[in-house]
Design a protein around this ligand. Structure first.
Ligand code: B1M
Length: 208
């Protein structure tokens, strides 16, 4: 199965063909990381480009996202190779006001594979939800934001952790397309990770 076919099926929002294509590529021995980067993530970048240019609208983005998620679910066991050792409890969510969850799900998947216990706070996760997870024993928080307008929710969550007196009990990692190292520092996060595989490395360092 050519990866460019899977790429095109995501752009077309054809989830069934994406599933068939990913299954065929895996059966042929194609590396799961290559399927992820060259087909799934590359296609979503193209979807975003078309949206920016006014060729795609929200419904098209949504069906493409569902098609990508269908492929991601099949890749999960191949990406999440575990060494069996729990490294800590991570509460991960897309911040308040933001509904993008593909990147967050991918990061959660990779962390789970690396042995972390995952508490998935879902999308539109409020500062109170993160505080509650820390009070419930999470020792690492992972916040994702895809909109420039929701990045401020990350800072608000850190302030809420301080107000609740639990900031020192937890490490905070942030990520998502508009987030930068400088932004992470400016809000007092402990670390920034640009993608899912570096998120795993950073999480290991933070909880070592
Ligand atoms: Co939206 N959207 N969207 N969207 N969408 C973007 C983000 C946008 C860049 C598109 C564009 O204009 N080119 C733009 C944001 C512009 C901006 O703020 N600068 C945008 C917009 C404007 C919007 C709406 C406002 C559109 C509207 O309604 N007019 C709206 C907002 C809704 C809301 O959230 N309140 C909206 C809605 C949607 C859909 C619901 C239709 C859908 C999301 C469906 C879903 O997630 N279930 C959607 C989609 C699919 C996209 C694009 C096309 C793809 C996002 C994606 O899944 N990428 C996106 C354009 C783009 O990013 N190219 C776009 C694939 C994913 C694997 O990558 O999420 O970046 P990403 O995750 C990466 C890294 O960022 C990192 O690791 C991941 C893997 O490498 N990472 C972390 C992510 N989180 C991390 C956390 C970490 C560490 C690393 O630590 C905790």
């Amino acid at each position: 199965m050519e990866l460019k076919n899977v790429y095109q099926h995501i752009i077309d929002g054809d989830a069934a063909s994406v599933e068939n294509g990913v299954k065929a590529a895996l059966a042929e021995g194609t590396d799961a990381g290559a399927i992820l980067n060259e087909a799934l993530i590359a296609a979503m970048d193209e979807v975003g480009r078309r949206f920016e240019e006014g060729d795609f609208f929200v419904p098209e983005m949504l069906v493409s996202a569902k098609a990508m998620q269908a492929g991601l679910n099949l890749l999960k066991p191949h990406l999440a190779a575990t060494d069996g050792k729990a490294k800590g409890k991570v509460a991960i969510g897309t911040v308040k006001g933001d509904l993008h969850d593909i990147g967050k799900n991918l990061v959660a998947m990779m962390l789970e594979g690396a042995g972390f216990e995952i508490i998935d706070l879902g999308v539109d996760a409020s500062p109170e939800a993160f505080v509650g997870a820390v009070q419930g024993g999470a020792n690492l928080i992972g916040m994702s934001a895809l909109l420039t307008t929701t990045m401020s929710s990350m800072g608000a969550t850190i302030e809420a952790l301080k107000a609740a007196g639990v900031r020192d009990n937890v490490k905070v990692m942030v990520g998502g397309a508009p987030v930068t190292e400088e932004f992470a520092k400016s809000i007092g996060a402990d670390a920034f990770a640009p993608d899912a595989s570096s998120a795993t490395r950073v999480a290991r360092q933070l909880t070592a």
